[in-house]
Design a protein around this ligand. Structure first.
Ligand code: 5AD
Ligand code: SF4
Length: 628
């Protein structure tokens, strides 16, 4: 019997990509994915541990499922991702409703473990027992915690850090990336969103920022072989993808030493990051050459070998060790996006030390200046757009530290900046070393102040776009337009509609515009995409940026623009005016324009067109299409 699976994803793009890979692997085994958890026999959560808030959401979901399992004892529940790794088997003790527990480094094992769990659940509950349980009135049923977990567990523990040799065991997780099923039909069904994809280049992180749980949950930095990455980009391009976002926690640290590569069964294995290769010399990696593929080399390779990828971008950059060699490749490669997400975290040198960030404010700003000097060319329609992350309320943060952060933000001139309240995470260095001594009230106030400040900065940054002609990637029909059209049609038909207007968000919130495989619902920080409200804190999971980040008032328009299949020719031009299209600049700024007369949305969705800016809002541009 084909089993229905519901998969909900929390957190960053790395999780989204993991969910996509798991989905395609399980589909290959005959599972079907559904968007309604009530219709699923298998419920999976791909979790995030970066802030407590994201974990709380999962705990509450699991609590609800425990009640459901009392009625449906065959239900299989799985927790995958960072929370599984961080909590380990303690999670099963606290929530026996969970049958499958898989860390982010072991995801290739998930389909097999779910299969085992389905069988185990059946054997745990013989038919008679199940029938008896179901026949018992709900209020008399035994405590659901008595229902045993199927106990299918795959966690990396700390093994990923124990093995220092390059000739580590076969990296089976690589097989999950390598076996990525890319179907042109599936991509086409997703409309504009199907033409953008993530490609992992690096897993894990070696930085150990003191507040961050990622090095513990995702393990040591591991780089994928360059050829595997290029091949994946080619496969995606052949299936119709035109925008690729390369993913890595510290993506600019990518480095692959060919002399040290290891093959297992003819497959070149990913390689552990080697710290000595990382240098802060702006001229780039001194070992660059025949035997080392640096990040700059990798970008160049993809750009040259896969010209069908019209936009190449990457997230997230670490402000250290970002050489001019990378900036030069970005400048010289017309299809590389001029967008950098480079978290600063704080503008206080004292706190940067406590955070173990390994740079100071001067070095950070020097990097931004260097990046601007290479890449900021509004005169040719190619400005550089910057995004940042800031943590407020890190232990011992004073008003002076906070003021220094404001100064940094003004100098950095981000298009958007994610502001997070410090959340002490078990297992991190900060939780052991520093008391969480900034009261929540103070964190909230600082959070709100920085959001307001960023609003002002964002407005100024966007004002620079006035009059510019630039390329935009058309993602779909704007949601507001679609809703208005539907409302009007419904009105004409005398139907009752729900609310028509989207919420106005005046502050930056993170959301992603990337396609979700059908039946995979994406949640950012516990907020389901396409619904709910959001504030800036806790909206984004991990150190991987929302590459296609939408911020502010127009967020819902853009979200909807990326809903698979949306904006097709079934949305007719209306008497209310032309159809409004939604698009993105290569710097990830949302741009709206009216569909030119005589064209259907399908003619444009998923293509890149020329756009002239007429009006700048704080977080979106309005203008017209001036050419293909
Ligand atoms: N508390 C608050 N914010 C955090 N981040 C990472 N760990 C924490 C934490 N413990 C933020 C950082 C990072 C982003 C993905 O999440 O700003 O860049
Ligand atoms: Fe690594 Fe980023 Fe976490 Fe620092 S904040 S430890 S660089 S993932």
């Amino acid at each position: 019997m084909a089993h229905n699976v519901y998969l909900e994803t929390f957190g960053c793009q790395m999780n989204e990509l993991d969910s996509e890979l798991v989905t395609s692997a399980m589909r290959g085994m005959g599972y079907q994915f559904v968007s309604d958890p009530a219709k699923a026999q298998v419920v999976l959560y791909n979790t995030c541990s970066v802030r407590e808030h994201a974990e709380q959401k999962v705990w509450s979901r699991l609590g609800e499922l425990a009640l459901r399992k009392a009625r449906e004892p065959r239900l299989v529940v799985g927790v995958m991702g960072c929370m599984a790794e961080r909590e380990g088997e303690k999670l099963l003790k606290r929530m026996p409703v969970v049958d499958v527990l898989v860390g982010p480094g072991e995801l290739d094992k998930l389909p097999g473990l779910v299969d085992n769990a389905i069988r185990t659940r059946l054997s745990l509950l013989d038919e008679k027992e199940t029938q008896e349980l179901l026949a018992t009135p709900e209020n008399e049923r035994p405590d659901v915690s008595l229902l045993l977990s199927a106990g299918q567990v795959a966690l990396a523990g700390q093994t990923s850090r124990r093995s220092a040799t390059l000739a580590a065991a076969q990296d089976t997780l690589e097989l999950l990336d390598l076996s990525r099923a890319i179907s042109p039909d599936d991509l086409a069904a997703k409309g504009g969103a199907g033409r953008a994809a993530y490609v992992r280049i690096t897993r894990g992180c070696n930085k150990f920022c003191t507040y961050c749980v990622v090095p513990f949950t995702r393990g040591a930095e591991v780089h994928r072989p360059p050829q595997a990455i290029v091949d994946e980009c080619k496969k995606l391009a052949d299936a119709g993808v035109i925008e690729v976002t390369l993913l890595g926690q510290t993506v600019n640290h990518y480095r692959f030493e060919h002399g040290a590569s290891v093959s297992v069964g003819g497959v070149i294995q990913p390689q552990k990051g080697r710290a000595y290769g990382i240098t802060n010399d702006p001229s780039g990696d001194p070992h660059r050459g025949e035997s080392v593929t640096t990040f700059a080399d990798l970008l160049h390779m993809i750009h040259e070998k896969v010209p069908a990828i019209k936009r190449l971008r990457f997230v997230t950059s670490f402000p250290r060790s970002f050489g001019n060699d990378i900036l030069q490749v970005m400048r010289d490669s017309p299809r590389m996006c001029r967008y950098l997400h480079v978290p600063a975290q704080t503008g206080s040198d004292r706190l940067l030390k406590l955070m173990n960030r390994q740079y100071n404010v001067g070095e950070y700003l020097e990097f931004l200046d260097r990046a601007r000097s290479f890449l900021h060319q509004p005169e040719i329609g190619r400005p550089l757009t910057l995004a940042g992350d800031i943590i407020v309320g890190f232990p011992t943060e004073t008003e002076d530290d906070f003021e220094a952060t404001k100064v940094l933000m003004r100098k950095a001139a981000y298009k958007n900046c994610y502001i997070f309240k410090y959340s002490p995470r078990p297992g991190t260095i900060a939780i052991d070393k520093f008391e969480d001594d900034v009261p929540d009230m103070v964190k909230r106030r600082r959070n709100a102040e920085l959001l307001d400040l960023q609003d002002v900065i964002g407005k100024e940054v966007m004002a620079e776009f006035a009059g510019l002609t630039t390329d935009v990637f058309v993602t779909g029909v704007s949601k507001r337009q679609g809703r208005l059209t539907k409302a009007r049609i419904a009105g004409e038909q005398g139907l009752e509609m729900g609310h028509v207007h989207s919420h106005a968000h005046t502050h930056a919130v993170a959301a992603t515009t990337t396609a979700k495989p059908a039946g995979v619902s994406l949640t950012i920080g516990g907020k389901k995409l396409g619904g709910g409200d959001g504030n800036n804190d806790d909206d984004r999971g991990c150190a991987i940026d929302a590459a296609s980040t939408i911020v502010g008032v127009e967020r819902e328009d853009e979200r909807d623009a990326m809903v698979p299949g949306r904006g097709g020719s079934n949305t007719p031009p209306t008497a209310a005016g032309p159809i409004q299209m939604s698009s993105r600049t290569d710097g990830d700024v949302i741009a709206f324009f009216d569909l030119p007369q005589g064209m259907s949305p399908d003619d444009l969705i998923g293509t890149i067109v020329k756009f002239k800016v007429k009006r700048c809002e704080p977080l979106a541009l309005h203008g017209e299409m001036v050419g293909p």
